[in-house]
Design a binder for this molecule. Sequence first.
Ligand code: ZN
Ligand code: ZN
Length: 580
Amino acid sequence: MDNTAVSAMFDEFADWLEIDDENPFRVRAYRRAAQVVRDLPEDVAQVAAEGRLTHLEGIGKDLAGKIVEFLQTGKVAALEELRSKYPPTLRDLLQVPDVGPKTVALLYKRLNVSSLDELEEAAQAGKLAALPRMGKKTQENILRGIQLLKQSAGRVPLEVAWHIAESIVAELKPLPSVEQIIPAGSLRRWRETIGDIDILATTTGASAEVMDRFVHLPGVTEVLAHGETKSSVIVVVDARRKYSVQVDLRVVPPGSFGAALQYFTGSKDHNITLRARALKQGLTINEYGVFEEKTGKQVAGATEEEVYAALGLPLIPPELRENRGEVEAAAEGRLPDLIDLAAMRGDLHAHTTYSDGHNTIAEMADAARARGYEYLAITDHSKPLAWGMDEKTLRKQIKEIRQLNEKYHGFRILTGCEVDILSDGRLGMDAAVLQQLDIVIASVHSNFKQSREEMTRRIIRAMETGLVDIIAHPTGRLVGQREGYDVDVPALIEAAKRCGVALEINAHPDRLDLNDLNARAAKNAGVLLTINTDAHAPSNLDLLRFGVHTARRAWVEKKDVLNTMPLDGLLKWRQQRRGL
Ligand SMILES: [Zn+2]
Ligand SMILES: [Zn+2]
């Protein structure tokens, strides 16, 4: 928790400094510090206690002093001073896509806009378009962004929700009275955003101990209910953005645990379909169990397996419970054999200091090896992105990777590139150098506002070059922050099939792109998928699970995913794909 809090403090510091028009180098130092602490593999408080803060890259005496001050007092005086200069709601504007600190400062100075509501009002009144560096289009984008924010209001991103749920479970599980404890709800189905968090538990004897501990957990800012069978609290976390979420803890009798888990996992529509099926069999199903309608006798309830079995069904994995045909498939023995994390043999999308990553090739490779992978593809950005490589740099990188590979056994760094797809569908790197690579990823990072036809043609052209193995984050959306660019996904899927190109499920929780529905359509069309983290630091490799569970929501099996293949299979696929 400390690392998250400290990095959020530095992020906020940087935001205010930038709004305050501070020296860009100072702003960058604070952003860098936030990143360093966020990616730190150990507890920052421990590092501070041992006087090792200044050994961290980019942390000098001044920043180390701020960390110590924050850890000791929960505040930093210099930050408090900055905060006091502006209305506290001013920083909320940064949540709007296309609105950076410079724009916030401008809005505040010129229009006296200091909250989201005021920004919306000003945009609707057409006042933004008149500001320097703005214009009608930016104004429209800002309005759309505010709309998107409102839609996602009250929902927290999947990663944040898991972080909260897992830390609560870790606190409560060791209690002597706790027998079973597990998060249910949409979190257990791995939906991309989460409303409330539901946690279920069984106890030996009274529930007082676990309920008491629950309402006093760190991070709890409000207790809505404190009962014997149910308690509800509000938890606040600050992870780059501030989120508050309601968490319900229910303690249920062991004989009903499976039924309660099934009921509170949902989805609502899945449960309605199950209930209808039960009724046809003379049964009723609710959060307490499965019962014979006539006699009221309980026939199941302790485990989920027995609840589904009572309805003549195998256990349906939570990710499938969206009423998208899973009950019929289960009844007919057609449930997919879903992919899992253990099936993943490597990651095919990672960045290093050669572009915008934070670590060296060797550091990223070591992190991949530590996770038991057989391979890691290094896919740094290409020109024309300002932080992208040119051909010469890529050749240098290929050489470095070949040298590094000499010392590994049972592991290989794959040479690669995330080559930019230019506006007209050409690639940002010469064919000659791309042909030397093990893996070529292509993706769109600019000119998002093209028409649907232009964007679709642009990406299909990139596939038709024959040089591209994977299209990364195919729709460009950012969960809760930015809709994707306008693109004809079925046409992309058709082209991927025709060109033998794999489509990515980008596992970063901000992206999850392709999403579950698009990934399922791709799978059904016979397109190969790949699940990658797009890691910019070693710790990012752990985000893979978000992609794997999104794939499970898409009914994806091991055989549908490129990077479940062993290294030789992967290289053979690539050779066949390229007609070599
Ligand atoms: Zn990218
Ligand atoms: Zn990338």
